[in-house]
Write a protein that binds this ligand. Sequence first.
Ligand SMILES: Nc1ncnc2c1ncn2[C@@H]1O[C@H](COP(=O)(O)OP(=O)(O)OP(=O)(O)O)[C@@H](O)[C@H]1O
Length: 747
Amino acid sequence: MLQVCIRVRPLLKHEKNAQWFVNKNNINSSNKSFTFDQVECETRTQTLYNKIAKQNVKKALNGYHTTIMCYGQTTSGKTFTTLGTHDNPGILPCALRDVFLDDNVKCSIQYVQIYNEVIDDLLDPKCTSLQIINDQKWGTSLQLKQTPVKSFDQAIQLLNEGEERRIYRETQIHDKSSRSHTIFRIFIENGSRYSCLNIVDLAGSERVSSENDINHETGYINKSLLALTNVINQLTEQKQQHISYRDSKLTRLLQNSLGGNSITVLICCISPGNNTQTLSTLQFAQRAKIVKNTPIINGEKQTQELQDQQFQSSSYSNFNIFTYAQCQKQSNKNSFQAFIKLEQKYQKKYCELLQQYYKELNKLQINEQDLQDVISILERNILTQLEEMKQSISDTNNEEQQYKLLIWGSGQDGRLGFGDEKTCKIPTEISNYKFSQVSCGFHHTLAICNGCIYAWGRGQKGQLGLGNFETILSPTKIDNLKNATQIACGWQHSLAICDGNLYSWGCGDDGQLGNGDCQSINQPIAIQEDVEYIYAGHSQSGFMKEGMLYTFGNNQDGRCMIDSLGILTEPEQVPLNDIKSVSLGVSHMGVVTNDGCVYMAGTSIDGQLGTFSIDDEVATWFTQLDKFNSSNRAQQIQCGDSFTLVLNTKGIIYAFGKGSFKRLGLSTTDNIYEPTPLPIQGDMIYAGCRHACSITKNGQAYMWGFNFHNQLGLGQDDLDQEPILLKITNIKQMSLGYFHSAALVSN
Ligand SMILES: Nc1ncnc2c1ncn2[C@@H]1O[C@H](COP(=O)(O)OP(=O)(O)OP(=O)(O)O)[C@@H](O)[C@H]1O
């Protein structure tokens, strides 16, 4: 809710009798009565500030956009409340005093006035007719530089300079009436949090008596105050879809403060001596206190408390309604966080599109009103389009697609799940199940069906997670794991994300379970919360959390991209950010960052890092490949046994590393020490132990490499193979193990 406070000033000399009387929280006239949470007759503004504004300034210092706005008829005391005097300082100097109490806070300001629907900078007379823009960080903003301010004294000096330029005029009833709305904006950066504190002194409404320039000015004041009243009314009407923020510069610039994500305090100033105008202010205040804002912290990861608060809020903006609805459906923490990210992405996209439109429209030099109308229509269209896009994404997120699972290669230890140990030379369906994901290890396989994880194959190291060390020949559900969203098989260990938490189980000899020791475990154990992606290598593991990559397990040669070599029994953070693709191989790993660069780590002796020359060390914990940069951007990386594949944004696949069994997809079996393009292109790539594949845009797969166990699924026994098209279509996902392979296929 907007916080609304009524400030009643004493009668002025020319006002004869009081017509409004205060009784605690009630204000009464002869025939009207109003009740508010806060009604103040206090003449010291500092006391008023301490009661109603101080705690909100503190919130601004903690990352909440905050607005304190004085509203009321002319001479009701708005400027007295906002600026005050030397002896009785107003809200603005009191707030500045509190902002500068904290030495860590970085601060800059803007001071502007809106006069006759034109916004001018009060700090620089050359900056006039300022444009309103949508700023990604600050929301609805001005095309105007912020002036850095280091101290309270400096801020007051700038305030006084601005006051010199502000337009005051003598009117019938006020010798110094402000004729413009002023907004003093304090931009606060406090560590990782940031916020904008707006202190607004509105011009007062006044009756029009004759037609001259001043009335033209009064007309503008009244028009923008009417727009403000309309916006407040629309925000309180339940069925109202469109809020006419664009009807005035004032409402447009205060958009975030009215029904948006700010904390807003409205101080309605009234005179006890004026009946009709005080009545209209009280009616406005009555309406305004129903308006709901949804304040959020800016700049820092949202706390659980805040997320819960948002989760329960029913007064969400369009974007938030979407998030809220999804969370109700999915009701788990992981999906809630995913949707928050999605929402931020949309808001960013929305601002970018609008800025683009503004630029184009400004070039056309059409008149101001037409420009506003066009922008208003465009904005609505964009919002509709975004709603549709969001719907389509939410649909795909909601309905986890289930596919046929085809599997082939060595059947030893039941790894194919057909109830026996026979080899399958061609892709063969596991009937009775549909799966949404599959992952192949050395001797075992995992797959997800309706959020449950099924396991089969060798269980000697506990890698099936079924509470024993037995071999299981058919898909068997792992009890107690629900809402699985990702699985990853290593050589003899397994990882999964369930309800957003990372579970690990199986062989722990090298610390790859990440639970602090080197024991093997035959049941899933939760080791991390709120994990976004997981990766399993031969004897090392990794996950993404809050956008950062963590690895653990065997790091004897730096293969975890961590500089302390040896066994890592607990997750360590990899020194890269902005990560796009990660793959853990047997003795090395690779990372692609969003700028298209590729970073490698681990053993380099066979060329698998793409940088090896005879004078180099045989291993390194961190190196970057020259081949990939802003003009040749990588998008995906896959690491197998001593070889690497990199896919660039143009679909070109590069291979390097060990060449035996033609695992590189080239005609040679020699080792290749630098990224070398393959004759085929792809949309996705997968590396197994010594075989690999690429998927084309239309869902077909080229397979190549070691085929001793028929893991290429070609129905032929050639030992090794250059890229060849597999005879299945509609492939949605693949996983290549050591001696077997699997594909999820739509009908
Ligand atoms: N709470 C108060 N206590 C004592 N005097 C007050 C109080 N509020 C206002 N006044 C006096 O009332 C007069 C008008 O106040 P002020 O200039 O703040 O009005 P305003 O609402 O800003 O008017 P306008 O909209 O015309 O600019 C001033 O002389 C001011 O000193």
